[in-house]
Design a protein around this ligand. Structure first.
Ligand code: GLY
Length: 379
């Protein structure tokens, strides 16, 4: 029962979307553009985990052994991104900082280099572009890298976007297209009926889309196999910026393995640099720890010593929605439309996920790349 004195809203819509991160707002924008009456329910629309991300659109350098189907889906997502981004920039009237320079993966010592080359041969076998570079060639591309770097590989197919600009543009575009918002937390979903919120409000709709990210496990009314499949995976990040008049210290996204530990440094057009990220199983804890800040700065400075000259502007922690096979969960389940569990690739997959959900809403099937990622695989 809602607390005494709480105002009970009873909104109706064609589609209600539980969750207003980049997945929920991308779906809302496209659904509103297609003429549907859309309501998004979230206490922090566009201000949750989507803000704590590096914005890597990195199907190549995020791909791991044994994840071929996920790689195919991420490649589909990347192919879709430029047109979606151009339309979004036009709709929102703001730039979102898309960068296409690629990722330079570097290895600190011979052991790190051997591991990088093993991963590179797997990525090549999947048809991906990868150029092996010795230490000198790495420093020709990125002159501030330490001369101690053992060698590297340039993955030209990886891009990045400014995730904060992107989230803000999606929110603006979705509102301009007519989507409405309820700032409240969804506690329960009811297939074919709607959602209930923490304050006892209800939004009624035949079509309920669940885009609740790392909070999916807390929502009543979800099939238990979906509720149980999504867990929060904490990622701590640093945001640095260049002092006035200091030119950008890198052009590419740099990924490094420093004595076995992975780190990435993602430059932004406006002079910011994101350094990340930890990967921690700590439930919904979002604290920033001294050890993580120390380790990330230490590893970043090991490969790019000039990092020490940058200003530490912000430390933050967010929660990725992890799943048992690291893939998203997108499709129909028990009368609900599920779009969650995007784990390390939420920004990358947001445009393609919006397409897939729009296909389901119109009674069609999305592209074949989604077949391995339906809720049915969890049964
Ligand atoms: N995609 C990068 C991360 O999740 O840390």
């Amino acid at each position: 029962m809602p607390a005494k004195g709480v105002l009970i809203l009873a909104v109706t819509a064609d589609v209600v979307i539980a969750g207003g991160g980049v997945i929920g707002t991308a779906i809302a924008w496209r659904a509103a553009m297609s003429g549907l009456d859309v309501v998004v329910v979230d206490p922090d629309i566009g201000d949750g985990a989507s803000l704590v991300a590096a914005g890597m659109l990195a199907p190549v350098s995020e791909s791991l052994f044994g994840e071929g189907e996920l790689l195919a889906l991420n490649l589909l997502a990347l192919r879709r991104f430029p047109e979606f981004a151009a339309e979004l920039e036009k709709a929102a009237g703001d730039e979102i900082g898309l960068r296409t320079e690629g990722t330079l993966a570097v290895a600190y010592d011979a052991g790190d280099y051997a591991a990088l080359l093993r991963l590179t041969s797997f990525r090549r076998s999947a048809g991906l572009e990868a150029e092996e570079l010795d230490s000198r060639a790495c420093r020709k591309l990125e002159p501030f890298l330490t001369p101690d770097v053992h060698g590297g590989v340039l993955f030209g197919g990886d891009w990045s976007v400014d995730n904060r600009r992107y989230a803000a543009a999606l929110r603006k575009a979705m509102l301009a297209a007519g989507a409405r918002t309820v700032r409240d937390r969804v506690t329960e979903v009811r297939p074919g009926v709607g959602v209930i919120t923490a304050s006892g409000a209800s939004v009624r709709s035949d079509q309920v889309v669940v885009a609740t990210g790392c909070w999916t496990g807390t929502i009543d009314g979800l099939p238990p196999q979906i509720r149980g499949a999504v867990r929060p995976v904490k990622g701590q990040l640093l945001r640095l910026r260049h002092p006035d008049r200091m030119p950008p210290v890198t052009t590419h996204t740099i990924r490094a393995t420093v004595r076995g530990a992975d780190i990435y440094l993602v430059p932004r057009a406006d002079g910011e640099m994101i350094i990340g990220a930890t990967q921690e199983e700590r439930g919904h804890d979002q604290t920033v720890t001294a050890g993580a800040v120390h380790d990330m700065l230490h590893d970043a400075m090991s490969v790019l010593p000039v990092t020490s000259e940058l200003i530490l502007a912000e430390t933050c922690a967010g929660l990725r929605p992890g799943t048992p096979d690291n893939g998203p969960i997108v499709g129909r389940a028990d009368g609900l439309l599920i779009a969650t569990g995007h784990y390390r690739n939420g920004i990358l997959m947001s445009a393609a996920t919006a397409d897939a959900v729009l296909a389901y809403l119109s009674g069609e099937r999305p592209e074949a790349e989604w077949n391995a990622f339906t809720p049915g695989r969890l049964a």
